[in-house]
Design a binder for this molecule. Structure first.
Ligand code: NAP
Length: 255
């Protein structure tokens, strides 16, 4: 079977929060499918290392540092990049944070930081990129959700609220922008070992619980998100809009 439906040659993908973890794995994966990569994060040193690692494999990689919570800063960075370098054809809204505490003790500033990063950031970067995509009549946006889009867990209620909102913002983006030739979908990872989850990775009891709770019986490996990301970033998903694809080893399929 031809793989051209999944070919990303000639496309340029901005992946927020791609200096490490899931975003970095998606940068590697999308570049292997042919895409040019724009790496993003707040720390320029981490970005430079991530971009250099991609370039060592022959990939064209650009660095675009911005904080997804800064509406004006995001707009300026995206507009400047489009003017000086060229179109962003694919946006993966991946940057996200986690904070754990019982809800009755959860600090208000932590709640606010989660809202600003995990949900407002998707709006800021999504809008900045979509304005250019709409003018071109084409574009792909993939919003990174979570199993917490569907299910809660003790100690992370605010994170759960943001990830539910990301899936609904995805529906809203599709509702407003699909008519302009854009496809906007969610990708919801299960549990993957990354720096975000270090506290859980280090907790043997949690890993034992996870192996029992997940039908696949294990943590996910970040490269296992790449296939779904390529599908949602490519011609193969040209009539898929507003949906959220769970890549979670079956976790949200069972109680
Ligand atoms: P991670 O390893 O902590 O990486 C987060 C990335 O986001 C880093 O590159 C970080 O770089 C960047 N970032 C954080 N805040 C930012 C901001 N305000 N502006 C720009 N960049 C920012 O996290 P991860 O585990 O890969 O998670 C990535 C996404 O997947 C998140 O949305 C997370 O909620 C979601 N997710 C993860 C899992 C999992 O099991 N790991 C499961 C479900 C969903 P700087 O600090 O340099 O800015």
């Amino acid at each position: 079977m031809s793989t051209s439906l999944f070919d990303l040659s000639g496309k340029r993908a901005l992946i927020t929060g791609s200096s490490q973890g899931i975003g970095n794995a998606l940068a590697v994966g999308l570049s292997a499918a042919g895409a040019e990569i724009v790496v993003n994060g707040r720390d320029p040193d981490k970005l430079a290392r991530a971009a250099a690692a991609l370039r060592e494999t022959g990939v064209t990689a650009h660095e675009l540092a911005f904080d997804v919570t800064d509406h004006e800063g995001v707009r300026a960075a995206v507009d400047r990049f489009e003017a000086e370098t060229g179109p962003i054809d694919i946006l993966i809204n991946n940057a996200g944070i986690q904070q754990r505490a019982p809800l009755e003790e959860f600090p208000a500033d932590g709640f606010e930081r989660l809202m600003q990063t995990n949900i407002a950031g998707v709006f800021h970067v999504g809008q900045a990129c979509a304005r250019h995509m709409i003018a071109r009549g084409a574009g792909k946006i993939v919003n990174i959700c979570s199993v917490q889009t569907a299910l809660a867990r003790p100690g992370i209620a605010p994170y759960t609220a943001t990830k539910g909102a990301v899936a609904n913002l995805t529906k809203g983006m599709a509702t407003d922008w699909a008519r302009h030739g854009l496809q906007i979908n969610g990708l919801a990872p299960g549990y993957f070992a990354t720096p975000l989850n270090q506290a859980l990775v280090d907790d043997a009891d949690f890993s034992a619980w996870l192996a029992k709770r997940t039908p696949a019986g294990r943590w996910g490996e970040t490269h296992e998100l790449v296939g779904a990301a390529i599908f949602l970033s490519s011609q193969a998903s040209s009539f898929v809009n507003g949906t959220t694809l769970f890549v979670d080893g079956g976790m949200t399929a069972c109680v």
